[in-house]
Design a protein around this ligand. Structure first.
Ligand SMILES: *[C@@H]1O[C@H](CO)[C@@H](O)[C@H](O)[C@H]1NC(C)=O
Length: 545
């Protein structure tokens, strides 16, 4: 964050220098001869007096020379002149100090100063020299030694440079138009106090219409609303800085800015959760990215809103600082297939020094997709009671059962009788309709109640798990599931056999002849004596076999 603020301060400084330069404009080669200056000043500042030999300076204290002079002739800078010089050659001018004789030369007689070297202001902006005027014959000084400077005048010989470029910056997608992205700063080593050689103007060469740059400040801003990260997540901008206030003939430099769109506000995570997930399981983990370490990186997570408030809650993993989404209520794919939570992550400890740097929290959307778990068919009711007369012929319909597929697929159901519950094959069931019929003659006296188990399977699925949702409670409390039972739905059918001779009289002396119901074909038919009721008869039949 701070690195963004620093350059903008620099910009302010540069701008204020520009302002200064506009007040203190100087003219090129404003070489002033002493008499000219005296007149111009109108006897003002008392550095110089014609009457007094006590004057402190007889030389105009500043000369100018243009840098980067490339002409063949030595470049004229200015002239030393003493009022005592009558033009008769009696005065000898002497130059000493920085660059005297090497860079600057003086004509002893006329006082004319020239330079023979090409000067670079960016290397040395001014030279301090001393001037003397001596009597040619006696070599005694006619004037006090006077110090002056030669200032090297800037020309626009340096282009702006982006010292911090190329830039990488981030901005939240869908930011409003004008959102600040980054501030670019170019520097121009030309003299900022003179002319416009270092007066820069920024423009955008590439990146429109999405972004703009402020001409003076270099602040890059968004220029279009609704920039969608899903459509395009980064942009390459080319920003130019041009001196001479951006006018023709100014020098320019460019930099690139890579702008990444971030999804600060609508981060979205997707998880799938099997509907069979046990309550208090962790169903999703999210991690808030935080560059800090230690206590400063400790996070709190909470569910802001969404339709899963009563079904999930959030905790922080103390080791990883991840946000854990925990299931607190059983899921049912057939009731609700997806949940959406808006989740906030925030720093537990907030450093107030950095409050201005932005929010220390982030919001994300967590989507939880409930996965269907294949459940076996479910009978309703799970226990049915039926009755059939013992006189009913084979093939008589006793009743029917119905099971349904609790899964969304709604597969056709196939029925069967668990043969272990009807070893003697009294009953049959229609595979498709669930209609139960007798397959043998019944005998109430032999068996008044048949407890048969009916099975149901789905005909379109072959895989997987879990007990019937009729038994969901058991499963969700954590009983381990064995695959063998998984796909078969079961129901109990209790068939009572009704008696045709309900209150039949019993004659002890009278004998009836009948064939035992359970006699096999070809078996010897026995004559049984009926005496007191069915038990007697059963036992006799049993004995007879
Ligand atoms: C029928 O059999 C099942 C087991 O196959 C048993 O759980 C149930 O209690 C029995 N019902 C009756 C009425 O005997």
């Amino acid at each position: 964050m701070n690195f963004l603020h620093l350059p903008s301060m620099l910009t302010v400084i540069i701008l204020s220098l520009w302002e200064k330069s506009s007040c203190g404009a100087m003219t090129l080669n404003s070489v002033a001869l002493p008499q000219v200056s005296r007149r111009a000043r109108g006897g003002g500042a008392g550095v110089y007096s014609t009457q007094s030999r006590q004057r402190r300076s007889w030389v105009w204290n500043q000369f100018f020379v243009l840098e980067e002079y490339t002409g063949d002739e030595p470049l004229y800078i200015g002239k030393l002149h003493s009022d005592l010089d009558k033009g008769d050659g009696q005065v000898r001018y002497v130059l000493s100090g920085e660059g005297a004789m090497s860079i600057f030369s003086i004509d002893e007689d006329t006082g004319d100063i020239h330079t023979t070297k090409r000067l670079d202001r960016e290397q040395q902006a001014y030279y301090t020299l001393k001037a003397q005027a001596r009597d040619r014959n006696t070599n005694l000084p006619l004037e006090p030694e006077s110090q002056f400077i030669i200032k090297v005048q800037d020309i626009n010989d340096n282009e702006p440079k982006f010292l911090d470029g190329p830039y990488v910056a981030r901005v939240a997608e869908r930011s409003p138009v004008g959102t600040s992205v980054v501030t670019v700063v170019a520097t121009d080593v030309d003299d900022p106090t003179y002319g416009n050689s270092a007066h820069l103007v920024y423009s955008i060469l590439q990146g429109q219409p999405y972004f703009s740059v402020e001409p003076k400040s270099g602040v890059v801003r968004t220029a279009l609303p609704d920039m969608d990260r899903e459509l395009r997540d980064h942009y390459l901008l080319v920003i130019q800085a041009k001196d001479m206030i951006g006018q023709m003939g100014g020098l320019s430099g460019t930099t690139t800015v890579t702008v990444m769109l971030t999804d600060v506000s609508i981060k979205s995570y997707q998880f799938s959760v099997p509907e069979s997930t046990v309550v208090s399981s962790v169903v999703a983990k999210i991690k808030a990215l935080d560059a800090d370490a230690g206590p400063n990186a400790e996070m709190d997570y909470r569910i802001l809103d969404g339709d899963g408030l009563g079904t999930f809650r959030m905790l922080t993993d103390p080791h990883t600082q991840e946000g854990l989404v925990i299931l607190i209520k059983t899921l049912d794919f057939e009731t609700k297939t997806r949940y959406t939570l808006r989740v906030e992550a925030s720093n537990r400890y907030m450093d107030t020094r950095f409050l201005s740097a932005g929010p220390f929290s982030d919001v994300a959307t967590v989507r939880l997709q409930v996965e269907d778990v294949n459940e076996p068919p479910c009978f309703s009711p799970r226990v049915s009671q039926m009755a059939v007369s013992e006189a009913a012929p084979v093939g008589t319909e006793v009743g029917s059962v119905l099971a349904h597929d609790p899964d969304a697929l709604n597969c056709p159901i196939r029925y069967a009788i668990d043969r272990k519950s009807d070893v003697e094959n009294y009953f049959d069931i229609d595979r498709q309709s669930g209609v139960i019929r007798t397959s043998r003659r019944l005998d109430r006296e032999l068996s008044a109640l048949h407890n048969i188990t009916v099975l149901a399977t789905e005909s379109c699925k072959s895989h997987d798990i879990s007990l019937s949702s009729c038994e969901r409670q058991v499963y969700l409390t954590g009983v381990s599931v064995s695959v063998d039972h998984s796909q078969v739905g079961k129901a109990v059918v209790l068939v009572s056999v009704t008696d045709v001779n309900d209150n039949a009289p019993s004659f002890p002396v009278e004998y009836q002849t009948f064939i035992c119901e359970n006699a096999q074909p070809g078996q010897v038919r026995l004559t049984c004596g009926l005496q007191t009721g069915i038990h007697r008869k059963v036992s006799e039949c049993a004995e007879g076999e």
